[in-house]
Design a protein around this ligand. Structure first.
Ligand code: LIP
Length: 293
């Protein structure tokens, strides 16, 4: 099993972490402005991926191109891994893991719940369980907010127009909900694009629904994780996530006092990702993890 010690051979100094966090914020805000301010009247589907409903828009592509260019300019030795195909092997040991639009279906339908997720990770970003995020930012263009964290620095929300990390006046520090009772918990979740996977996820929800207050399907995993971090949902669980869906949100949840788990004995990822406050996270894991049933 990969442990955190294996993933952190040499943790960067706090000054470097702060610089990386600041860059995460700047990059996420730049892409957020692009997809909001240059959104065409008709967005249109540029391509499909795993299924006919797993779409890529021209703005996913433009956003990833922008992030790619800015990262190459600022940190030429780092790697890049992006949802729409960016794949650069770096030499520094750091990799930028980017989702240029998380919540693409919401973006396509003009539902204001989509995000840009930017994280910088150590370890092997291409191997599930092989990496650990050092800093991350999730920009929410519809609300003109950016949520961000770095290891040891707390989790924060700032307005897009004043995104300097630690800005004393306008930053809001995030903290997970203190709800401990499963039956009172508002649980965010999401579904994959594949019909068979969705059928299995619906089956799991049959047993979950009677045991929680209610569920929410927001449509952006990155925003679901931010909602756990700011306490506006109590927990989140989903299977099928990729590194770019969860890298930034994971560090934000942990810095807000939460815990992110996978299936029992595994790191978070495709099989399962669960996020909640410390008292709630294992009960929620048990609802979704067949290994605990
Ligand atoms: C999507 C998520 C959504 C999840 C989907 C998908 P995309 O990302 O964030 O919440 O349920 O399975 O992964 O495709 O919009 O970047």
């Amino acid at each position: 099993m990969v442990t955190d010690e294996h993933l952190d051979p040499a943790e960067p100094s706090s000054a470097v972490l702060e610089e990386l966090e600041r860059l995460c914020v700047d990059l996420a805000v730049a892409a957020a402005r692009l997809i909001r301010d240059e959104r065409p009247q008709q967005v249109g589907v540029a391509a499909t991926k795993t299924t006919d409903t797993d779409v890529v828009t021209i703005m996913d592509q433009r956003s990833e191109e922008l992030l790619h260019r800015l990262i190459r300019g600022a940190r030429p030795d780092d790697g890049i891994l992006g949802e729409e195909g960016a794949d650069v092997l770096g030499t520094s040991g750091l990799t930028w893991v980017i989702d240029p639009i998380d919540g693409t279906v919401n973006y396509l339908y003009e539902i204001p719940a989509y995000a840009v997720s930017v994280a910088v990770v150590t370890g092997d970003a291409r191997t599930e369980g092989g990496w650990r995020a050092l800093a991350g930012a999730v920009a929410d263009p519809s609300r003109e907010l950016v949520h961000h964290a770095r290891r040891g620095g707390g989790a924060w929300t700032v307005p897009e127009s004043a995104p300097a990390p630690g800005s004393p006046t306008r930053a809001r520090r995030l903290a997970v909900s203190t709800e401990e009772r499963l039956g009172r918990s508002l649980l965010a979740t999401g579904f994959g694009y594949d019909a068979d996977v969705r059928a299995r996820q619906a089956e799991v929800l049959r047993s979950v629904l009677p045991q929680v207050r209610d569920i929410r399907r927001i449509g952006s995993a990155a925003l679901d994780l931010v909602r756990v971090a700011d306490g506006s949902v109590d927990a989140y669980a989903e299977s099928g996530l990729n590194a770019w869906d969860l890298a930034a949100g994971w560090v934000i949840v942990e810095e807000a006092g939460g815990v992110v788990l996978g299936r029992r004995g595994h790191r978070p990822g495709k099989a399962l990702t669960v996020a909640a406050g410390p008292a709630l996270v294992q009960p929620v894991q048990a609802l979704f993890d067949p290994a605990t049933q």
